[in-house]
Unconditional design. Structure first.
Length: 258
């Protein structure tokens, strides 16, 4: 049975708050889901119903995952809703397989699914810690590769988000963070300094939220995209934090055995 070490649940709490915020935001502004709508299959009424259910599920799951006794249920709900959102990108991927943007959208949501899956597995006695560590590293590592590729293929979209006051330049930080994503992926795949890499990755994602999205939100609070982007950013950061907590727990177990 997996055992949580003291202070090993911070990632879960950050993740849950972000999911809760995401649910509230999309409940108020359900137009977030419009870019995913398969209009040839769903009617407008059915799509609005889906958006409402998805938002409510994120609120319920975000609250439930905060408590140890309901964390598994909350993780199940959040994992399911974000997996559905991720899969809604698949038709776009099939239609334009050479365009990376839909792939990037898929892996952004799948990173959140990975965080929920790790919480679920840690709450279950059927998962061996070593196997869970391996699966968590590989799945989130794939998502991290996607983050690096997205920035490498669309550098202008990243550069414009970097604050102009941040030295030395917007281009420098675009290249640097792309390299950081790539190095984190290598560390996760090879299990070389994976814990350190995951902690630094988490820190970088949190800084994205604080330095990029918070100022944008404050400068234009009526822009719905700013609200959803900051919630999604911290949900992904929470998922990375969950993985870091998992890997840290594995290190603590090794120390106890030694």
């Amino acid at each position: 049975m997996t055992v949580s070490t003291p202070g090993s649940n911070l990632g879960r709490h950050v993740f849950g708050v972000a999911a809760l915020a995401f649910g509230v935001i999309t409940l108020v502004w359900p137009d977030y889901y419009d870019w995913l709508q398969p209009s040839h299959i769903w009617s407008a009424q059915a799509w609005r119903l889906f958006a409402g259910v998805a938002s409510a599920a994120q609120i319920v799951g975000g609250v439930a995952i905060q408590l140890r006794r309901t964390a598994k249920t909350g993780a199940t709900v959040l994992g399911a809703v974000y997996l559905v959102i991720a899969l809604l990108s698949v038709p776009q991927i099939i239609a334009t397989p050479k365009v990376f943007s839909p792939w990037g959208n898929f892996f952004e949501q799948f990173a959140i699914v990975t965080g929920a899956a790790i919480v679920y597995a840690r709450s279950s006695s059927t998962w061996a810690p070593e196997k869970l560590n391996l699966i968590g590293r590989i799945l989130f590592g794939i998502c991290t590769v996607s983050f690096a590729l997205y920035q490498a293929l669309y550098p202008g979209g990243t550069s414009v988000l970097v604050p102009k006051w941040l030295p030395p330049s917007q281009v420098f930080w675009t290249v640097a963070t792309t390299v950081f994503f790539a190095l984190a992926a290598v560390a996760l795949f090879t299990n070389r300094m994976a814990l350190l890499a995951t902690r630094l990755l988490t820190l970088m994602l949190v800084l994205f939220g604080l330095i990029v999205w918070v100022p944008l939100l404050l400068s234009d609070p009526h822009n719905h995209t700013n609200w959803t982007e900051i919630a999604e950013n911290f949900a992904i950061a929470g998922a990375a934090w969950i993985l870091a907590d998992l890997l840290a727990g594995g290190r603590e177990r090794q120390k106890v055995r030694a």
